[in-house]
Design a binder for this molecule. Sequence first.
Ligand SMILES: *Cc1c(COP(=O)(O)O)cnc(C)c1O
Length: 433
Amino acid sequence: MKYYSLNRKAPDTTFENAVIKGLAPDSGLYFPEEINPLPKSFFEDIDNKSYPEIAFEAIKQFVSPEIPEDILKTIIEETLSFDFPVVKLDDNISTLELFHGPTMAFKDVGARFMARCLGYFNKNNTNEVTVLVATSGDTGGAVANGFLGVKGVNVVILYPSGKVSDIQEKQLTTLGQNITALEVDGVFDDCQDMVKKAFLDESITSKMQLTSANSINVARWLPQLFYFMFAYKQLHKHQDEIVFSIPSGNFGNICAGMVAQQLGLPVKHFIASNNANNVVTEYLKTEHYNPKPSVATISNAMDVGNPSNFIRIQEIYKNDFDQLRANLSSYSYTDQETRQALLDIYKSYNYVADPHGAVGYLGCKDYLKTNSNAHCVFLETAHPTKFLDVVEDVIETKVELPSQIKAVMDKEKVALQISSYEELKSFLLNTTK
Ligand SMILES: *Cc1c(COP(=O)(O)O)cnc(C)c1O
């Protein structure tokens, strides 16, 4: 598959190059040249296919010919080594649990898939690739875990000191090997600015290959389309109007769901559920796209003021506002509403959600008011223990730590403290080659 830049000022490129570079030379996001629908029989036959078989058929066109089929099968088997259960709450609402991976965040799938693609492309390469990421919490852990031990790839993660949860910090700082954590004296935006600066700094990029591991990278973004197919497999016999409510930040996850729909997955409608960072909710109301600085909320993985993947969504709909609006609704909720939703879910269904899932649940509730025949699936994008303070405070009950989390809490933190861009630069130039 060829990929083109959405800024349209860079040459088309291969999947391999799109993964290694992350962003096109004109700073545009890469987008696949075609999305060829799967045959109808694929969906009719879905009960007879395993998750890896579904994933293989669904993503093959996007990664071939650079990744041979047998390698792709292995990559997928290794990526999908945990479950994706749909839990029914009532006749109209289910949740798709995406937190059963090693770091208990849905980003595990994309990070693991991308790491293995990069490892494959780099297997004979003497020049290492350095993955440089800034994290406000969940991305860092998923990337660190996904890339651990991948040959030819070094990972450098910047996180804001004192601004991530204890669990998240442990997930970033205790792995060792090819993973280095840099603890930045500052906030997330400072980390993000340093990373951006490094990508543009020729004194660094002339000496080493840097790439990103957030959802702008096609190898992290596209595998997220698997979830929607797995949910369909579990639900289609009982439900014919399936709607997905996706707690959205950079809109990579929901955009991957829309790619699944383009591949032929029968989805009736998408709901982008947002916290107070409501650029897209406002856009669908007013047709004005008005990016703003992000505001902090209790569903902090969605604190994004200018969602990077929204441009990919517009590309899918050929910039046709009416078509987009026919397939996508969006709602925005305050922290107060989110807390109340956490409590309602707990009281009504004896189910412990996390703040992001709770926002997704609220999106379902609003949509169902006018679409009572639909079955709405909200995505649970993180395990509730990753947001333990809020969750325990709201439901007034202790939540048991899962084994993945317990294992990491006993390990010792190793991080390098930095406070300026110069320190990042000298670290990159001196410790990696
Ligand atoms: C990253 C993240 C999101 C937002 O996903 P996008 O693809 O950026 O829209 C939602 N919930 C959690 C827990 C996350 O970590």
